[in-house]
Design a protein around this ligand. Structure first.
Ligand code: PMP
Length: 429
């Protein structure tokens, strides 16, 4: 058994002064039992905790470390930026470069505003959609997570789903009534909802490939159908690409599925690990944002020099090395293919969903296409599998309802180690 005693005592201390001992709920390991691990350092494919244990990282800071941890180009860029100043509260050249780079990579984004988190990005995008259309209601998908903004904590995924609180106390009835919920991948239900609220819906927001109920792909034609429906009813289509942007392809899920949403939200990935978010889209919509237009949105640390430096370094690496996508997708397919074989050998009919370098092993024999089917998973079996993987040095997301993210630092040897651990973990069920 691994020694987690330092993490354990840090958690005990943390619980006195931090709600639940963590600064973001999923980290608490509640869904899988045991103590959360307190991390000390990371390099490439590996994480090292306070007790000195080594783990192959399949979370990668919930997505952003596409190149692996502590990539030299990112580290160098941050050091250089730190030497000038970590914050000016004034415009900088890096912000211009970042905006130009994002707009050149994602054609649907003609103008972009930097913020500090994915939550800020989605909250701001919704305000812009409401301000621009003059309509109040939004439609979100059951089980999608868009950060902790009030409008989104209705049937929310990720930690909210894990903790059984998809509708959070503290969200007013007024706010809740303006958020309509549709099942993911169900075009008929969406058409009905839009008809019933004719002329009142400002935006449909979704994760084009869902990560936050576990990895769930859009069914063929679904995203195209949403796009056409939005055009017909003058509803803005918002792709929340906080997880998928620059990961599923350089231009995100919208490049992969050839869709041009009206607005796009981006997050942690464009900070290379530092706290960042952004929202952008069609020029005429973004022109409505202050100070160009009347819709107010601001941020003291927005466009922060360190975050811009880290993000620029990472995006340039990705842009200059398109083979990265082949590499991470191939490594993910090797892991997923191997797990499927192991399941088959054991006579288990569990579902493994994969899109590019995102995947989830669902402990259910149902095909997982939405929130209802994701919820058929046996979370106790997941917890056992998780704990066995952890003991064998594989760090997975501590909840059934999350996606794994594979980085370019995961080489053949690491894939082999993941599969060896998985075989034993499945045996232990
Ligand atoms: N949107 C999506 C799709 C996310 O996955 C997340 C966070 N995982 C957010 C928004 C919120 O981002 P943040 O945690 O940076 O506020």
């Amino acid at each position: 058994m691994k020694d987690f005693s330092k993490s354990k005592s840090l958690f005990e201390r943390a619980k006195h002064f931090i709600p639940g001992g963590v600064n973001s709920p999923v980290r608490a390991f509640r869904a899988v039992g045991g103590n959360p691990l307190f991390m000390k350092r990371a390099k490439g494919a590996f994480l090292y905790d306070e007790d000195g244990n080594e783990f192959i990282d399949l979370i990668n800071s919930w997505g952003p470390m596409i190149l692996g941890h502590a990539h030299p180009a990112v580290e160098e860029a941050v050091k250089e930026a730190l030497a000038t100043s970590p914050s000016f509260g004034a415009p900088t050249a890096r912000e211009v470069e970042m905006a130009e780079l994002i707009c050149s990579i994602i054609p649907s984004v003609e103008k972009v505003r930097m913020v500090n988190s994915g939550t800020e990005a989605t909250m701001s995008a919704i305000r812009v959609a409401r301000g621009y259309t003059g309509r109040d209601k939004i439609i979100k998908m059951e089980g999608c997570y868009h950060g902790h903004g009030d409008s989104f904590l209705i049937a929310a995924g990720s930690g909210a789903m894990t903790f059984g609180t998809p509708d959070s106390p503290g969200v007013t009835k007024g706010t809740a009534k303006d958020t309509l919920i549709a099942p993911f991948n169900d075009m008929r239900a969406m058409e009905k909802l839009v008809e019933e609220n004719h002329g009142e819906v400002a935006a449909i927001i979704l994760e084009p490939v869902v990560g936050n109920m576990g990895c769930v792909a859009p069914q063929p034609g679904y995203l195209q159908g949403l796009c056409a429906l939005c055009d017909k009813h003058k509803i803005l289509l918002i792709f929340d690409e906080v997880m998928t942007g620059f990961r599923l392809a350089l231009g995100g899920a919208q490049e992969l599925y050839s869709i041009k949403p009206d607005l796009t939200t981006l997050g942690k990935i464009i900070g290379g690990g530092l706290p960042v978010g952004a929202y952008g889209g069609r020029r005429e919509i973004m022109e409505a944002v202050s100070p160009a237009g009347p819709i107010y949105q601001a941020g003291t640390l927005s466009g922060n020099p360190l975050a811009m430096a880290a993000g620029l370094a990472m995006l340039k690496e990705l842009k200059n090395n398109p083979s990265v996508y082949h590499q991470i997708n191939t490594a993910t397919s090797a892991i997923v293919g191997g797990i499927r074989q192991q399941l088959f050998k054991k006579g288990l009919n569990y579902t493994v969903n994969q899109v590019g370098s995102m995947f989830t092993l669902f402990f259910t024999d149902q095909i997982v296409i939405d929130f209802d089917t994701a919820k058929t998973s046996d979370t106790l079996q997941f917890a056992k599998y998780f704990q066995s993987m952890l003991q064998q040095g594989i760090y997975m997301a501590p909840s059934q309802y999350e996606a794994m993210f594979v980085s370019a630092a995961i080489d053949d040897e690491a894939v082999g180690r993941v599969l060896k651990a998985s075989e034993l973990a499945l045996k232990s069920l």
